[in-house]
Design a binder for this molecule. Sequence first.
Ligand SMILES: [Zn+2]
Ligand SMILES: [Zn+2]
Length: 278
Amino acid sequence: MRVVTLGTGSPLPDPHRAGPSTLVTLGNHHLLVDCGRGVLMRLAAAGVGAGQLSAVLITHLHSDHLTDLNDVITTRWISTFEPTPLVVVGPPGTRAVVEAIESMLRADTAYRLAHHDDLTEPPLTEVIETVEGPVNLPIGPSVTAAPTDHRPVEPSIGFRIEHDGHVVALAGDTVPCAGLDALATGADVLVHTAIRSDVIANIPIARLNDVTDYHSSIEQAAGTAARAGVRTLVLTHHVPAHPPGQGDEVAAIASRVFPGRVVVADDLTTIDIPEEDS
Ligand SMILES: [Zn+2]
Ligand SMILES: [Zn+2]
């Protein structure tokens, strides 16, 4: 298995960090978890095209996690040569978002259908809404969802992806909760949003201070990783964001709580499982 953090930013535009998105590759399958700003540029840098995605998994319906889903839908459509429905898995409400995107794209869809004789179908999507339990993907990988706690964003979910005896868990945005603990139990890798609550507390901007009450601090993310007994904790969705390559302070805070390996992700950080895989 391979995990690539495609985008490690947040809602705040950053010249060095795309919006939240992670690629999980297992065998021939590529699963895209969230679709933040710039996702297809980073996916291209990881050597994967929209047409190669087996499914898109959405953790919750905050705009920073799905703002480029429209780009994934359109680009997959025009870059594949047979009708290949895009499977989109997400919490209840995901179908309405996908239908709204398809509606927003109606003019573009009509132009391209009129222009290309070999395009005969509009973009095809297959939405699976879930809160908890095994996800019935039409293709191989074993994916399980469980509720997380990002209230008032509700429902929000995390994912556990299993392949060949290995496990990757993806928390999305959440405070510590039983659902995430279950998803992360014994995982090789836990990808987790982490907020510098210590820094934000000293910035007198209420709208920024609000982010601390529904995201995990670094210590809380590390606490979840420790409780769940994961091997590697991958921290992403940095708020405020540090310059790429300068995450030592973040790693040090996490390591006070979590004894395992800590990776402070930048865009396109790659984690192979097991480590000797290439
Ligand atoms: Zn969120
Ligand atoms: Zn977010």
